[in-house]
Design a protein around this ligand. Structure first.
Ligand SMILES: C[S@@+](CC[C@H](N)C(=O)[O-])C[C@H]1O[C@@H](n2cnc3c(N)ncnc32)[C@H](O)[C@@H]1O
Length: 291
């Protein structure tokens, strides 16, 4: 263990000792506390081989969540692998905001009320919302431009028991959706790629070399897709082809993008009230637009 910890330390792996124990716990299929109490136990040849192969993946700076194959998000345990971005804790804000809006929607038997997520990745946000939809007339719609990501999201929806409440569509931004979905949308959330071209080059290897580029690259200033989605919503609203019931749209963005987001909202969706919301670390995190 000491040798592996030193190796992780040298290669820049986060929390070297804890990570080594975590991998060992995974190989032994035991809790971490058990591993600490039994650190003199000898591994079988098969266990040793598996442990060494996981250590090699860590040294190659593969994210721990991909190696373990799971990530906790909200109250979910999600399958993750190299096909999807690993969901981040700050993204749980989108779930809370969407549920807050949905709770204020009057129960209406004539309409099925929809919440939409654009760019669902592992399905984390959409599945968490679907699991907590405040009434049985509500449904969740989720899209992605990556067919691989949608496969993971569908698997997660099934594992979380929400397949009846969620429908997935493949395609870019709102082009993915049948027109009637835009008509019934009450809230829209999106954590689209927002890393700038320059920032991508500076990301740690776990992200830059392993997470899907399509989940990171937001163009020159990171906001290309956010702007395009705002324009698409505006076009629908002004043409009367959708979003007439939309109460709010929430977009996760980078901490330094607040001013640019408010300008994008003014230019691309010049109706409603735009505001930047801060996360628990008091950083700008969500562009909120109430319509
Ligand atoms: C930052 S990841 C977020 C994934 C997930 N929602 C989360 O929060 O963990 C962005 C996602 O948007 C998807 N994406 C990128 N471009 C898109 C587009 N033009 N239309 C729809 N989805 C897109 C990516 O495939 C990726 O899954």
């Amino acid at each position: 263990m000491r040798q592996v910890t030193a190796q992780f330390n040298e290669t820049g792996v986060d929390s070297p000792a804890a990570t080594a124990r975590r991998l060992l716990a995974y190989v032994l299929d035991r809790p971490r506390e058990w591993v600490i109490a039994h650190d003199d136990d000898v591994l079988s040849a098969a266990q040793l081989q598996q442990f060494q192969s996981l250590v090699a993946r860590m040294v190659a700076r593969e994210p721990l969540a991909y190696i373990l194959g799971h990530r906790a998000f909200y109250d979910l345990d999600l399958v993750v692998d190299a096909r999807v971005l690993i969901p981040r804790p700050e993204t749980e804000m989108l779930v809370e905001l969407a549920l807050g809006e949905l709770q204020q929607v009057a129960f209406d038997q004539a309409h099925t009320t929809l919440a939409i997520e654009i760019g669902t990745g592992s399905g984390a946000v959409a599945i968490a919302i679907a699991k907590h939809l405040p009434n049985r007339n509500m449904r969740m719609i989720a899209t992605d431009v990556s067919a691989d990501a949608l496969d993971v999201a569908r698997l997660n929806a099934q594992r979380c028991g929400v397949t009846e409440r969620i429908t997935f569509y493949y395609g870019s931004l709102l082009h993915a959706l049948p027109p009637e979905m835009c008509q019934a949308a009450v809230v829209l959330v999106a954590n689209l790629p927002y890393v700038t071209r320059e920032e991508i080059e500076m990301l740690p290897p776990e992200i830059q070399a392993h997470e899907p580029r399509v989940a990171l690259d937001g163009g020159e200033d990171g906001l290309d897709l956010v702007r395009e989605l705002l324009r698409q919503i505006y076009r629908h609203k002004t043409a009367g082809t959708g979003f007439q019931y939309l109460r709010a749209a929430f977009f996760e963005v980078g901490a330094s993008q607040g001013a640019a987001c408010l300008q994008a909202a003014r230019e691309c969706l010049p109706i409603g009230k735009a505001k930047m919301l801060r996360d628990l670390a008091k950083l700008d995190r969500v562009l909120a637009i109430w319509l």
